[in-house]
Each structure stands twice: as structure tokens, then as C-alpha cells.
Design a protein around this ligand. Structure first.
Ligand code: DC
Length: 231
């Protein structure tokens, strides 16, 4: 069967990566979480005391960053490696990463560096990639583009639940404020802002169960037959 590229974009914490992983498993495709790549770059810059407000210093550091993905054999879950080291938990729970990642991902040098790697990862198709600019910049020719949304309060509650399972204690208000700040920065940055591609299909999953969403999207995959659908 013909393999396609599935590009999934949308706001923070609207469940993009959960559905992307499910789809990749069901279709036997590769999954790439591009947010993890921006988070890993941010972690490296923080660990190495590189001033994120100096783009030329950030650009110089990029050559020392190697990001890869691996499947953890015991959990069968994908993990993110930064220069060979497993940083999967750190990039999710470190609040300094959460606070700095929007600034780091607004830097054109960082975007160019990561977009190139993302395009290589998807060169052979058979990929589900999620992020903010996948359907607009990374793979404008993707056969299926989805733009996922959900109401801010629902997204904040989901993120809070996720942080709790990772052992983090925080409040709903704090999570909501961080999420709104990131929405604002992601949507208003000059380079590759979060935008719905013209040919993307928008799905508001606020009141959809995981199963309902999965069935809806699998149907779109089947219908796409190598052509992005327009609605
Ligand atoms: O999906 P996430 O919350 O893990 O993404 C972390 C940050 O990275 C988020 O603030 C937006 C940014 N990002 C981006 O600018 N472009 C992408 N393709 C993916 C993420």
C-alpha cells in the first residue's frame, strides 16, 4: 500500500502526540515528535549556559547538538536522545525547558537546523509527524494534513493530568497560564508561526473520546489516497 506523510499541527497539549503515536502504530509508520526536538535543543542550551537571547551564540552551539529517537525495549515507548543520552523525562518535566522553549523555537537558526533534519526523517514517507509547522513548512506537500484544536481549559486539565503522572506538582492556573503564553508565542512569532495550512482538516477534539478521534482520522487516512482532503 502506498505510504504517505501525515502532518499533524495544532496548539500545545491538544493531544497531537497521542493520536500521532496511535496512528503510527496502526499504520506501521514512523512517528516523529518535533516538539521533543525543540525541547531537546532548549535543554542543551540551558545545560550549557548559552544565552538564548543571543541568536549568534545559539547558532554556534547547534553544531554540538545531535538529536535522535529510539524505542525503549522495556516499555516499547519512543524516547528522545540528546547526544546519545536519554532526556525523554527531563524535556517533559523541567519547568525551565517549558518556559524557554517558545523563545528558542522562535529563532530562525534553530528552526532551519531542525526542519532540515525533519525533512530527512520523512524523506521515505510512511511517517506521522506532529508539531506547529509540519503542514506549512516542513512538508507542505504532505498527503494528509490535520490541524488539531481543543478548548484551553480542557487542554490545561489534560496537561495537568500528564504532569501528575510524571510526578510533578503544579496547579491548574499555572498550567493554563503557561499554555496560553505558549499559544501566544507560537502563533505570533515571525518565523513559521503556528498556522492552519489551507488544505488541512481541522479537528476540535474537546468532546471527542480517543476512540472517536482515532476512527475519524483513520477514515481520513483511507480517504486521502495520496491526496490531501479539503473541507
Ligand atoms: O509540542 P510541544 O509542546 O512539545 O512543543 C514544544 C514547543 O516547541 C512549543 O512551544 C512550540 C515549539 N514547536 C515549534 O515551534 N515547532 C514545532 N514543529 C514543534 C514544536
Amino acid at each position: 500500500m502506498k505510504k504517505i506523510i501525515i502532518a499533524i499541527d495544532g496548539y500545545s497539549s491538544c493531544g497531537k502526540s497521542t493520536i500521532a503515536k496511535e496512528l503510527a502504530t496502526a499504520l506501521n509508520y514512523h512517528y516523529v515528535d518535533t516538539g521533543a526536538m525543540y525541547r531537546a535543543v532548549t535543554l542543551f542550551l540551558l545545560q550549557n549556559h548559552i544565552d538564548i537571547y543571543h541568536p549568534e551564540m545559539v547558532a554556534m552551539a547547534l553544531g554540538d547538538i545531535h538529536i535522535s529517537f529510539e524505542i525503549n525495549p522495556s516499555t516499547q515507548r519512543q524516547i528522545t536522545l540528546l547526544n546519545g543520552e536519554n532526556v525523554e523525562n527531563e524535556i517533559r518535566i523541567n519547568s525551565r525547558v517549558a518556559s524557554a522553549v517558545s523563545e528558542v523555537s522562535s529563532l530562525s537558526e534553530v528552526r532551519k537546523f531542525l526542519v532540515k533534519q525533519q525533512q530527512v526523517l520523512g524523506a521515505h514517507k510512511g511517517i506521522v509527524m506532529d508539531g506547529r509547522d509540519i503542514g506549512t513548512v516542513v512538508f507542505p506537500e504532505a498527503e494528509l494534513k490535520l490541524f488539531i484544536t481543543a478548548e484551553p481549559n480542557i487542554r490545561a486539565q489534560r496537561r495537568l493530568d500528564e504532569l501528575k503522572t510524571l510526578g510533578q506538582t503544579t496547579t491548574f492556573e499555572e498550567v493554563l497560564a503557561n499554555l496560553k503564553k505558549r499559544d501566544e508565542m507560537d502563533s505570533n512569532r515571525a518565523d513559521s508561526p503556528l498556522l492552519k495550512a489551507k488544505d488541512a482538516i481541522e479537528i476540535d477534539n474537546s468532546y471527542l473520546s480517543m476512540d472517536e478521534q482515532f476512527l475519524l482520522i483513520i477514515d481520513l487516512v483511507k480517504k486521502s489516497k495520496g491526496q490531501a482532503q479539503q473541507i
